[in-house]
Design a binder for this molecule. Structure first.
Ligand code: AMP
Length: 283
């Protein structure tokens, strides 16, 4: 049986545990998560192990990045299964604060995000989101003082926002992005996939299929506008309500006119029933 990681739930116990790790001159990698762990999260942990001598995983379902109508209350919480996976992954420490520890009643400070956070993608549909993410990740970085932190490209705009924030605030953390881990049929793994009915689950890989097809056509010289229009139609016909399907510059997230404005990334967000899925792909 792999050894269970240490668990810290209060700031003093986190500090003690980190001092213990650092006493052996360890470098520390942080993997922030909201739990309900899947193979995408585990890929981040494997990379974390390669990049640092000790791995800290945070599990915190952050209320400030959910709007009142979103799924904070019903977000999957699978602590026991998560702990088994973290032991298997040989994670050293789990940081699992409660909401009161992260946001005491007199909490009054937030990180204001601009640049990639105002690119007109996720921020258009979840205006509260990046302020919540940047503030909680800023706190996690301050609390854990990692040398590196790993984030998935699955949340592509978030990766850019966090990278910018760490640089802008001189936090001394190297942010590393990890490729998207997918199910066999191409659906990007997500904690929210458990919300899908069998029928919705069967339709969900359409997003990845459309993007793969779009990339193929674009590389073969097809017109960007036509390819995006076709993809938009296919996604709608499959039963999704589309938030956006866009081609953007992969670094600045600025709109692009053609794939000559490289590097280009296609990004999609769409609802199937009440479940909102996001995905992206490099051209
Ligand atoms: P979450 O628990 O959904 O907040 O995600 C925690 C981290 O895991 C984020 O950096 C995500 O981008 C990353 N992540 C989630 N799903 C995947 C996936 N399918 N492949 C790679 N990384 C992922």
């Amino acid at each position: 049986m792999p050894r269970a990681p240490a668990i810290a739930r209060t700031l003093p116990s986190l500090r003690r545990a980190l001092e213990g790790l650092r006493a052996r001159r360890a470098t520390i990698a942080l993997v922030p998560t909201m739990g309900a762990l899947h193979d995408g999260h585990l890929a981040l942990m494997r990379q974390a192990k390669r990049r640092a001598s000790k791995v800290v995983v945070s599990i915190f379902v952050n209320p400030t990045q959910f709007a009142p109508h979103e799924d904070f209350g019903s977000y999957p919480r699978t602590w026991k299964a998560d702990m088994a996976k973290l032991a298997e992954a040989r994670v050293d420490l789990v940081w699992n604060p409660d909401v009161g520890t992260m946001y005491p009643p007199d909490f009054a400070t937030r990180i204001l995000t601009e640049g990639p956070a105002t690119a007109g993608l996720e921020d258009r549909f979840r205006p509260h989101f990046f302020g919540g993410v940047a503030t909680v990740v800023g706190k996690l970085f301050a609390q854990c003082r990692p040398d590196v932190a790993l984030f998935g490209q699955k949340d592509y705009q978030q990766l850019k926002v966090v990278t910018r924030m760490a640089a802008d605030l001189d936090l001394g953390v190297k942010v590393i992005g990890i490729p998207i881990v997918r199910e066999r049929d191409g659906l990007a793994m997500s904690s929210r996939n458990v919300y899908l009915s069998a029928e919705q689950r069967a339709v969900a890989p359409t997003l990845h299929r459309v993007m793969k097809d779009a990339v193929k056509r674009l590389r073969n010289g097809s017109d960007l506008e036509a390819v995006m229009a076709d993809g938009t139609r296919t996604i709608g016909n499959a039963g999704f309500t589309l938030d956006y399907f866009e081609a953007r510059h992969a670094e600045t997230l600025a709109p692009v006119r053609s794939i000559k404005d490289e590097p280009v990334r296609l990004l999609v967000a769409a609802k199937i029933g009440t479940t909102r899925l996001i995905d992206n792909i490099g051209v």
